[in-house]
Design a protein around this ligand. Structure first.
Ligand SMILES: [Zn+2]
Length: 176
């Protein structure tokens, strides 16, 4: 899939339950897509995601090279979207395990960054520090990652996603 094209911006046009075309109705605050048959308004909210700052003493951070579009081949922070039924911390640790095979049981929230996205509407990323983990001998890239590497601060690659850059600034301020 190297002839990747960005998807069209998301929009609610049809009811996800009955399939009828949505109308625009007032929900008490503003006009929103609405299905009269199902009495359901359709909302668009920032999509929650989590990323990990896997720290190895003294100043090394783990980066993952993306195996998927967008930004395939660029280095970024391990992480991904939060799924229903899990906490954001669990999402961060699950994504870490899936992408790196590192096992961690706790992560510490350091901040949140929300940015508009032409495709998704907006993405809200929670950044977690992971100080303790197991399995570095068996560390291997998988799913969304094709390579993994610890970088010292002055050797870090440029991050393609502005949410990650903002969280990295927060991380560096906390680490000073
Ligand atoms: Zn409906």
């Amino acid at each position: 899939m190297d002839n990747f094209q960005m998807p069209k911006p998301f929009a609610w046009n049809f009811c996800g339950i009955c399939g009828n075309e949505l109308i625009i109705a007032h929900d008490g605050q503003s006009d929103k897509p609405h299905c009269p048959d199902c009495s359901r308004f359709y909302y668009r909210n920032p999509i929650p995601a989590a990323c990990c700052f896997v720290r190895r003493a003294p100043d090394e951070l783990l980066f993952a090279q993306r195996a998927v579009h967008p930004c395939k081949g660029e280095w970024t922070l391990p992480g991904g979207f939060v799924e229903l039924g899990e906490t954001t911390e669990e999402a961060a640790l699950r994504e870490l395990l899936e992408e790196t095979n590192l096992r961690a049981s706790s992560a510490r929230l350091i901040g949140v960054s929300t940015k508009q996205s032409p495709v998704s509407g907006a993405i809200m990323v929670l950044g977690y520090i992971v100080d303790q983990w197991e399995g570095e001998d068996e560390m291997r890239p998988d799913t969304d990652a094709m390579d993994l590497r610890f970088f010292k601060k002055d050797e870090r690659p440029n991050l393609p996603f502005s949410v990650h850059r903002e969280l990295l600034d927060i991380y560096d301020r906390l680490s000073e």
